[in-house]
Design a protein around this ligand. Structure first.
Ligand code: ZN
Length: 266
């Protein structure tokens, strides 16, 4: 095998880290071209490690990586965007961890998904830019991220046409089914046993978040009672998917604290 094949360069965002043996760490990273990867950073917990500063949680880094038997090995690391504010406060750590964990849970190793990469960077940049600003409400950004992550990982809820008869949904009280993955018109509500009413205002916010990029939503104001309903609904929507996909009590608890409970400030 030539040197060219044994080593590759990639950008990464560090999603998760765990200690391994005496001085190493296993990193769960997301990449633009290879999806999620697990890499090993050897010697990174030694005080003399030059790589350590470039492999902090949530950092956007550029790495040289060598193919390895169990894990590929980080041989060089440099910071592209440090996102240091995301590690500066408990709210920020909680919000960034939440984004990282959602990406971890909704993606598979070695499954390329560049839209997830783009989405993650938009959200991390926005959180980092507004970190430590007490008037910034991250909830709208988190809800936007959740909806777009669902879309690019194959779980997009249907908010525009009735899931059963396919008619465009009218601005009336319709019905949402977590199990069926979207909204039913009043005539079809009976087909899904778990269907529950969804008010026109709530559906309007969800549609607006789903079909717009963040640049067009920045500064959007949603009244608190309405936002609370959106939070609660999306929380339960994610929960219904994740319950089918995984069992992680810690993560579900965090989902709750950042979702239905009204955001990290409360
Ligand atoms: Zn219908």
């Amino acid at each position: 095998m030539s040197n060219r094949q044994r080593v590759y360069r990639t950008q990464v965002v560090i999603l998760r880290r765990r200690d391994f043996s005496d001085a190493d760490r296993i990193l769960t990273v997301f990449t633009p071209g290879m999806g999620k990867k697990e890499l090993i950073a050897r010697g990174i917990r030694k005080t003399a490690s030059r790589k350590a500063g470039h492999l902090e949680l949530f950092t956007h880094s550029s790495l040289m990586v060598a193919h390895g038997r169990t894990w590929d090995v980080v041989t060089e690391a440099s910071t592209v965007e440090s996102f240091r504010h995301l590690r500066a406060g408990l709210d920020e750590i909680g919000q960034a961890s939440y984004l990282a964990e959602l990406v971890d849970r909704f993606t598979e190793v070695d499954n390329e998904n560049e839209p997830v990469w783009d989405l993650l960077l938009i959200a991390l940049r926005e959180l980092d830019a507004h970190a430590l600003q007490p008037d910034f409400d991250a909830r709208l950004l988190l809800r936007w991220f959740e909806l777009h992550l669902l879309s690019v990982t194959g779980f997009q809820p249907q908010f525009f046409h009735c899931l059963n008869c396919d008619k465009p949904l009218e601005p009336v009280t319709n019905y949402i089914s977590m199990q069926a993955g979207g909204v039913l018109c009043p005539e079809c509500a009976g087909v899904a046993p778990d269907a529950e009413p969804i008010e026109a205002d709530v559906l309007k916010v969800l549609r607006h978040l789903q079909r717009n990029m963040w640049d067009d939503l920045r500064g959007l104001k949603v009244r608190p009672s309405l936002m609370h309903q959106v939070d609660s609904l999306l929380y339960r929507y994610l929960l219904s998917i994740l319950e089918r996909r995984l069992k992680s009590v810690d993560f579900l608890r965090r989902l709750q604290s950042l979702g239905s409970a009204g955001g990290p400030q409360s």
